[in-house]
Ligand binder design. Structure first.
Ligand code: GAL
Length: 411
């Protein structure tokens, strides 16, 4: 495979890359950084990754750095409103359209994905991957021992969890810190609503207070009752203290049967835990979402006013190249955003995700920045807190609609 062409970067430059791909999430980014260093030996790379799944920690630090006029040279951000509605709106990013043109990317990335990255006549970041949110994970050997199959619908899920509890699996569903509970919610919502009503929720055509949307919370409450949350009477292993990886570990240890998490779980299981996809760990679309791919994409942009701009452009070129994407994604559990990636080097999980990406209905993730403006997404945790406090579906629906009205969702 040909390496993407290096550009000439003067020596003694620095490149600081902000992301949440640290610790167990780090190997794929690290491989790319090492490749960059081979291509640009004169650039000192500061891989300033900070743990905290879904960017919960790094986003706050990024905000401070941007606001004081000291941006990192490039930073991880989800495709969609997460960048468009924030730093693009604030005029802090460079338009990357010239780079897309010079690299031939206009036809190398799916047109729909480029439109997620575009606004105000510009293209604002380079996608590193395509990720799937709606996946249920399990350990086939454990399910076999317990005599259950992966559930295909949420009703089947509830029935299966009941059987598992009767067999002594106290909390069959593993969740972790609060964003992972929101992540679970989006799979339940997509399953209960279906892709048309899911989209209608974000375009403002379906109100959160519509009985169909209220039912999402009813089902969510029933699903959550099987998880390692306080509500399940399992305080010692309260999910709020666990990372998404630790939630996945509960499956491997046989303490839980399922977790609903994005396909970075495949990266963790295969790359970090060295488990074989399809043998040691299994997956399926999250219940009631077969045929729908709830997508998100991680991307990197170019803040205005950075010192070593050519070093950052070299980084973006590598990231968007076929070689860079096929180096990063097989380790990460995700698939390349590019249309010309070499699927033969991906594992069984990624190959199945790539097949679904090409054939499924596509829906956008809420939690990972695609479906709604940041002003809504950032307040969704407050809605969840209201629900968790009293398990009152109508109260949560009313709170969600109040925020939707306040931010003008869909307008
Ligand atoms: C998502 C991100 C993924 C993965 C995950 C867990 O928001 O898009 O690439 O990092 O968080 O931290």
């Amino acid at each position: 495979m040909a390496l993407c062409s290096a550009i000439s970067v003067p020596a003694q430059q620095k490149l600081e890359i902000f992301s949440w791909w640290a610790g167990d999430e780090g190997p794929a980014l690290q491989a790319l950084v090492e490749q960059y260093t081979r291509m640009y030996p004169g650039v000192t790379v500061d891989n300033a990754a900070m743990t905290g799944g879904a960017g919960v920690n790094v986003r706050a630090l990024l905000k401070t750095r941007m606001l004081v006029g000291d941006p990192p040279d490039s930073f991880q951000v989800h495709a969609g409103q997460e960048l468009i509605g924030t730093w693009v709106a604030a005029n802090r990013m460079e338009d990357l359209t010239p780079l897309y043109k010079s690299e031939g990317w206009m036809t190398r990335f799916p047109r729909a994905l480029i439109s997620f990255l575009s606004s105000r006549g510009g293209i604002w970041s380079v996608p590193a991957d395509i990720q799937r949110s709606n996946v249920i994970w399990y350990i086939p050997a454990n399910l076999k021992d317990w005599g259950v199959a992966p559930p295909r619908t949420w009703d089947e899920f509830l029935a299966t969890c009941k059987v598992l509890q009767d067999k002594g699996v106290e909390t069959p569903l593993a969740v972790g810190e609060s964003w992972t509970v929101n992540h679970l919610w989006e799979s339940v919502a997509l399953g209960v609503l279906g892709p048309d009503n899911w989209a209608a929720l974000w375009s403002g055509k379906l109100k959160f207070t519509d009985p169909r949307a209220v039912r999402v919370w009813d089902m969510f409450g029933q699903v959550l009752a099987y998880a390692n949350t306080e509500s399940a009477g399992y305080r010692e292993a309260d999910g709020s203290g666990l990372s998404w990886q630790q939630a996945a570990d509960r499956l491997v240890k046989g303490d839980a049967a399922f977790t609903i998490m994005g396909d970075w779980t495949a990266g963790y299981m295969a790359t970090t835990l060295k488990l074989t996809p399809g043998v040691d760990f299994g997956w399926a679309p999250s219940p009631s979402t077969s045929g729908v791919f709830l997508m998100l994409s991680d991307s990197f942009g170019l803040p205005k006013g950075i010192k070593d701009r050519t070093a950052a452009i070299g980084w973006l070129k590598l990231l968007g190249s076929q070689n860079g994407q096929d180096m990063f994604n097989p380790l990460n559990g995700s698939i390349a955003a590019r249309l010309d990636s070499d699927l033969s080097i991906y594992n069984a999980y990624s190959q199945s995700a790539a097949k679904d990406w090409r054939s499924n209905r596509i829906a956008g993730s809420l939690v990972h920045g695609v479906a709604a403006p940041e002003s809504f997404t950032s307040q969704f945790s407050a809605v969840m807190d209201i629900f968790l406090a009293a398990k009152d579906s109508r109260a949560a629906a009313n709170a969600a609609q109040a925020i939707a009205d306040q931010v003008g969702l869909g307008k």
